[in-house]
Design a protein around this ligand. Structure first.
Ligand code: NAD
Length: 240
């Protein structure tokens, strides 16, 4: 309990609190993570998210992506950890969330300043002309989808392995991290480059919530709470 009290003190006294989230924050909502026990990579080959593989095998990639991301993610709901961050923003304490997630759960919980470092599942983008469409245009029974204007393949508008980070998201994330006086890291291994480098830009104090140690825990974290995100968030919410 001592750790929770210290974390609450830091959070309440911070002028520029920022959160950095990964797949773990959504696990209690029912979205599987990539790595670890029951991780997606124990069932699927990560190659389906490689941009060169996608270009050569759009049908195979799309079919796996449909099963992994669209079937799961359409009906999932935020959990107490997402609501906790949304509440901190409403109270004026949290300035923004940099998320590696593409599941839209921060927005569903009511968070407004959400920087999607790896894009999102809401839109698709044309590989030919770059036009974007809402994912509703995709007929999941007949994959891959094609651009109604130029006829090229449509790709989910999230970042594949081998693709650059959207410029705007990259710039805003760096700005948030550099100005943060307290950073709350939730549910990420800290292994996916370049996202993993962002917390090192924070000059302030760092709190981490993750049942397992990450690449950050023993290096830059000041208060480590080894707990599931939803469970820890409920305790913190009650103390704030
Ligand atoms: N929900 C999503 O949008 C989703 C799902 C899978 C993967 N991805 C993306 O794939 C990449 C994977 O990197 P990553 O580091 O974010 O995830 P990861 O899959 O590599 O690791 C998950 C992390 O979450 C932790 N974790 C597991 N259960 C938790 C819980 N209940 N509460 C808190 N933490 C918990 C694990 O210990 C681990 O550190 C990222 O880009 C990620 O966003 C996104």
């Amino acid at each position: 309990m001592e750790k929770y009290k210290k974390a609450v003190e830091l959070i309440k006294n911070s002028k520029n609190l920022v959160a950095f989230t990964g797949a773990g924050i959504s696990k209690e909502s029912g979205v599987p993570t990539f790595r670890g026990e029951d991780g997606l990579w124990s069932k699927y080959d990560p190659i389906i998210l490689d941009i060169d593989y996608f270009k050569n095998n759009p049908k195979e990639s799309w079919e796996a992506i449909r099963d992994i991301f669209y079937k799961y993610m359409q009906n999932v709901k935020p959990n107490p950890a997402h609501y906790f961050l949304a509440d901190l923003e409403k109270r004026g304490i949290l300035k923004g969330i940099v998320t590696q997630n593409i599941d839209n759960l921060h927005q569903k919980a009511g968070s407004r300043n959400v920087i999607e470092f790896h894009g999102n599942t809401r839109d698709v983008v044309c590989m030919g002309c770059g036009r974007k469409y809402p994912v509703d245009v995709v007929n999941f029974e007949n994959l891959p989808p094609f651009c109604p204007v130029c006829g090229e393949v449509l790709k989910p508008d999230f970042v594949f392995f081998g693709e650059p980070i959207p410029e705007d998201a990259f710039r805003k994330s760096i700005e948030l991290m550099e100005n943060a006086d307290t950073l709350l890291i939730i549910g990420t291994t800290g292994e996916i480059m370049p996202a993993s480098q962002l917390p090192y830009l924070c000059k302030g104090k760092i709190i981490e919530i993750n049942p397992n140690k990450s690449a950050y825990t023993d290096k830059i974290v000041d208060i480590y709470i080894p707990e599931k995100a939803g469970v820890a968030a409920e305790i913190l919410e009650n103390l704030i």
